[in-house]
Design a protein around this ligand. Structure first.
Ligand SMILES: *[C@@H]1O[C@H](CO)[C@@H](O)[C@H](O)[C@H]1NC(C)=O
Ligand SMILES: *[C@@H]1O[C@H](CO)[C@@H](O)[C@H](O)[C@H]1NC(C)=O
Length: 432
């Protein structure tokens, strides 16, 4: 890919190449106010400082809307729509391109560089958007099939409705946390012996704590209550993407989830990566997803056939002794439903989406061993253990385990990466 060169030294393996320009919310020890920034190479460009020092003066459109860069969240920027996101990203790419006519804005302005370009190691990331609502889909067909097989056998693994509609549950927005936030092992009701009658649960910290590798999508422009979003215009409602770990307590889930779906099994925490990769940055990586043979209702039929994203995904497990093992490698192509289909279905009832709403894709799993996005699938429901570097084994997570999710598109020199989604499991709270 012909990515132009930057005057700022950017390592070939940096996830934040000139082709990316992801947006986040940062603070520093010297200025603890959360504020918007973009990541580039080893740096964050503080957009509040850049915009207040006439950084956007070469574009009257952007200059007239710089208030969106003086907020503590990206909601106002997300709500400004795809054409504006595209304009800001292209402008910032020009600012960092070697020999561009914008070189006076930052390259030649050492004083502004010193104020606005902050080494990534000196920043703290915050949640990029205030999340009003969080909806978690189940679009990973291989995951749905694998888990369905564990519970119902391969013949009945996928429910008849699975290929007709992208099913989801309404998740909990308050416990979505930014990468680096530790999570407590949750307490819950667990049925220790499923064969005993009568069925009496035990109240205990979860023992079958799992992960779910997902892609997250932030809504930009929303819709009015009562209006439907047309599937062929749904792309215009996408702000960008993050990596997501939908932590899951499987033993709590088994006892509670019929008939209304997951509740406490998933509401204790969801980790997202800190930088939102704009839909435009991922547009070159659109590809075909898993084929759906089922004839679809008209509101779910898209003109665009390449609506899956080619994003490489990996999961690392690091034990408390410091040994790291990559336990899964997969790709976000492994989804049956596209983001426009999820948007169209979510709003077909007239449900209103709002800027900053978060969608999860559902767990992404490939077909082969070592490509599954949850431990439950990797251990075949508990039959086998995962062998870790250093000699330990795992079925479910232990206290002190750290999970790191990585994701990137493209090739070295022009990588479009996310920054990791990391979380460590702390022991359950003590009860007296
Ligand atoms: C899907 O279909 C199955 C089988 O007909 C049914 O048991 C289940 O309740 C349906 N699920 C949803 C989410 O509608
Ligand atoms: C990894 O495991 C080995 C073998 O148990 C151990 O000696 C070592 O200290 C562990 N930690 C690291 C960082 O390698």
């Amino acid at each position: 890919m012909s990515t132009p060169k930057s005057w700022l030294p950017i390592a070939a393996n940096s996830p934040f190449s000139l082709a990316n320009i992801p947006f986040g919310i940062i603070s520093t020890t010297s200025n603890q106010d959360p504020r918007p920034a973009v990541a580039i190479g080893e740096y964050a460009l503080d957009l509040s400082i850049f915009s207040q020092n006439e950084g956007f003066c070469a574009s009257p459109t952007i200059q007239s809307k710089t208030a969106v860069f003086l907020q503590s969240t990206l909601n106002a920027f997300a709500a400004s729509g795809r054409p504006f996101h595209r304009e800001v990203r292209t402008y910032l790419q020009n600012v960092f391109t070697e020999g561009s006519p914008y070189s006076n804005l930052l390259e030649a302005n050492k004083e502004l560089q010193a104020k606005a370009l902050i080494p990534l190691e000196d920043i703290k990331n915050h949640l990029p958007l205030a999340i009003g609502d969080y909806t978690d889909f189940f679009a990973g067909k291989n995951h749905a099939f694998n888990v369905g097989t564990l519970f119902r056998g391969p013949q009945n693994a996928l429910q008849p409705n699975y290929t007709h509609l992208p099913v989801a549950y309404h998740g909990r927005a308050s416990s979505v946390v930014v990468s680096g936030t530790p999570l407590r092992r949750p307490w819950g009701q667990i049925l220790l012996d499923s064969t005993a009658e009568p069925k009496i649960p035990t109240f205990t910290p979860a023992r079958r704590l799992d992960i779910e590798l997902e892609l997250g999508m932030f809504v930009g422009i929303g819709n009015e209550l009562g209006e439907q979003i047309d599937i062929n215009k749904a792309e215009e409602h996408i702000f960008g993407y993050v990596l997501m770990n939908d932590w899951s307590a499987r033993d709590v889930q088994t006892w509670e989830y019929v008939p209304l779906g997951p509740f406490n099994a998933k509401n204790f925490g969801t980790t997202i990566s800190p930088w939102v990769v704009l839909a435009d940055a991922l547009a070159p990586f659109k590809t075909t997803g898993l084929k759906n043979e089922t004839p679809l209702q008209s509101y779910l039929q898209e003109d665009e056939q390449n609506n899956a994203l080619d994003i490489n995904l990996e999961i690392d497990l690091t034990t408390s002794s410091g040994n790291t093992t990559t336990i899964s490698r997969t790709n976000s192509r492994k989804l049956l439903w596209s983001w426009p289909q999820m948007i169209a279905h979510h709003s077909v009832s007239g449900c209103n989406l709002r800027p900053g709403d978060l969608f999860g894709s559902g767990t992404i799993s490939g077909e082969e061993p070592g490509t599954q996005g949850s431990l439950l699938e990797q251990i075949q429901g508990g039959k086998v253990a995962i062998k870790l570097n250093g000699g330990e084994e795992r079925k479910f997570l232990q206290d002190g385990d750290t999970i790191t999710i990585r994701g990137w598109s493209g090739e070295e020199g022009g990588l479009v990466g996310f920054g990791d989604a990391v979380g460590v499991i702390l022991p359950a709270v003590e009860r007296v």
